[in-house]
Design a binder for this molecule. Structure first.
Ligand SMILES: [Zn+2]
Ligand SMILES: [Zn+2]
Length: 267
């Protein structure tokens, strides 16, 4: 079944209006979609929803109006650094970390390769130290908050293919990422397989890396597939290829929302 619970619109940093996204999803034959606007982060206002009340109103209205054509869920993408006061207003939350906490302040790790380099400099020029800060920030949040879905777990590798920090090539990186992944697995949350960086030309494979997907498979990790959609024409970007890749790793199904609960969607 076609489903995507990670979508952004003009209400935060997406290109299309919510209604344009709904119409594109119906056209493509999606059974369910979920909006996940970036929740407010007090330390970075550049990309988040500015008016949560109007977001909720707009989305609930669309949910009602298109009820006979498609299931629409009203979610939110919360950042590990700034918790929502009103979790119960949403059908689900995606918990993501777009920052590493370094010396008690938050620094963006996905706002450009140059910003990432600055983060590494703040960690004495040591990429592993930055990776440790990032995963530590994220895992603390995951275990305390237990979001419904863990967003793009290894986002810190976003620019690896652009020959910058190259986390994936550092011999000690994999062990560090695996250690934190096993910590995060204790939360029993769903892990997102996210094709968003492919849609935007940063990567050729989804998050998490194939290595981490193998660890998830071995340890009973549960997955959802999403495209972290910022443009209506990317709703199912790289889905067919990713489903085939997951089958090759040994997964039989991912989870998708249907009638308000997560059900198995066989690959
Ligand atoms: Zn995100
Ligand atoms: Zn997102």
């Amino acid at each position: 079944m076609l489903s995507n619970l990670h979508m952004h619109t003009t209400l935060c940093d997406g290109k299309n209006t919510p209604e344009e996204v709904v119409l594109a999803a119906i056209e493509k034959g999606f059974s369910s979609i979920g909006f996940s606007g970036h929740a407010y982060t007090d330390f970075d206002l550049s990309y988040c929803l500015k008016d949560m009340t109007s977001y909720l109103h707009t989305m609930r209205d669309l949910q009602e109006r298109y009820r006979s054509k498609i299931e629409i869920y009203v979610g939110v993408e919360e950042d590990a650094g700034c918790l929502l006061p009103n979790r119960s207003d949403f059908d689900y939350i995606i918990g993501s970390s777009h920052y590493a906490r370094i010396d008690d302040s938050y620094h963006p790790i996905d706002s450009g390769a140059d910003r990432l380099k600055q983060c590494i400099e703040l960690c004495d020029g040591d990429p592993l130290k930055l990776a440790d800060c990032y995963y530590c920030t994220f895992c603390e949040y995951i275990l305390a908050r237990k979001p419904d879905i863990i967003g793009h777990f290894d986002l810190i590798t976003k620019y690896d293919e652009l020959d910058t920090s190259q986390f994936l090539k550092l011999p000690a990186y994999q062990a560090l990422a695996e250690r934190y992944l096993k910590e995060a697995l204790k939360s029993d949350c769903l892990f997102e397989v996210n094709t968003g960086a492919i849609a935007r030309g940063y990567r050729t494979s989804p998050y998490p890396s194939a290595e981490l997907l193998h660890v998830l498979k071995k340890n009973g990790g549960k997955l959802v597939l999403s495209s972290d959609c910022h443009a209506a024409d990317k709703l199912d970007c790289f889905f067919a290829e990713t489903r085939a890749m997951l089958r090759d790793i040994g997964f039989e199904y991912v989870y998708a929302l249907s009638k308000g609960t997560f059900i198995k969607d066989y690959l």
